[in-house]
Write a protein that binds this ligand. Sequence first.
Ligand code: CU
Length: 491
Amino acid sequence: MSDRRTFIQKAFGLGAGMFAAFRLFADSQNGPTSRSRSTHAGPFFSMPVVTADIGDLPYTMDGSTKVFHLIAEVVKQQISPLKTIDAWGFNGSAPGPTIQVNQGDHVRVVFENRLPEPTSIHWHGFEDTIQNDGQPGISQEPVKPGGRFVYEFNIHQEGTYFYHSHMAMQEMAGMLGAFIMHPKEPYRPHCDKDFLIHLQEYAVLPNNTVPNTMNMEFNWLVFNGKAGPATTPLIVRLGDRVRIRFVNLGMDHHPMHLHGHTFYTTGTEGGRIPEAAWWPGNTVLVGVAQARTVEFVANNPGDWMIHCHLPHHMMNQMSSTAGKMTRTAGMPAGGDMNTGMGMLNGTPGAPMGEDYGPALGRGLGGVGNASDTPTTNGPLSQKKAMDAMPGMQHDMGNMQMGQMAPDDIAKNANDVPNFPQDAYMEGPMMAMDEMVDRPENYGLRAGWSGFMQGMMTFVRVLPPDKYDEVIARMKQAKRPNDPYAAILERA
Ligand SMILES: [Cu+2]
């Protein structure tokens, strides 16, 4: 028995018999079962939650106390193959790693501030003492740079909770994470897979790496700190009962939509909903500061998209509108307010002349973005944009650099109002299958990545043979601190 398994058994209080039972159970999952409400009795334990692309915060034991070391720090977060941002997060990532405990645990979190300014950690939804609330200046002194603070909890709740900085701009810089309290009595029906997806948005100007936390227009929309197609798909076996916990600690509300299945909403940020009150749907609105937990039986094989349904949240690096207004020599990114809004100054023909289009950001009076290199996503400058994206599959099939295939575009396209919409923002020339290659993507249709951006990923409902193949490749990869470890150990 591996150390990892022993660790997990200890962590979740499982005996060897439980694993045997789970194996039998898993092996019997060969096909579709009933719709969303199955009668899965299942083994008597909770599956650990998998936070793809993020993983868990490890802990040590001090007697019967679980001790976590949570470190607030500046992190480089790669949100897309060609975009890495300077975020503030925890223990190396933004969002921070997921903390998982059991109802009844005694938990100590030793928090350390490695940021250049004071902060503290709020424990969102915890029914605990005011001393543990983490409200700086109200329930505790702010934790100064280099300082520490110890939070200590007796966990009596169950469900999906959060930790985050209670200083608003720090939260928008990435300082958030999930805190899972597994129930003493496992939820019924048993779920074979349990995933968590953080929903976040960032405003980052082209050629910039620092999120503008004061901006209210967002151009990077991410799941667990990754924008599609860099998101890691959720891998499930045909017939699995699947739980997904959506967590929203951002500025927008997100209607999360799943293709090909009907799910039930079974939990909120306040814990489990009694079964009689579950409601069916395929889209669930996850409001700011809320968690929404959904469950379904993955009975329909295929690579099903799961995504935010707000159209602007299904795009990457939005810095302007598409359309004729962009058919100029280039669109300035950022700059001061006048330049950013395409107004007043410049030659010829200001304001609103052909030379200027709207740009993201509106600027901060020149702070932070005045020296940006102008860039564009306008069609006439497509070549320039493409040249700046060396990893993209511009040469697929009969694609030419910066052009759609001739028969993809109507002959009179330029006479059609509103053209182009997606012609230059999606499609084969935007594909980057190789750049985002990973075991979880094995077997996806070639060129898939050109049609996936922003808050998008797959729930891959794989028949047993394909599932086993993908799982074998994931195991082979032997990734350190693999977020999928809990599933790979059991597969
Ligand atoms: Cu959204």
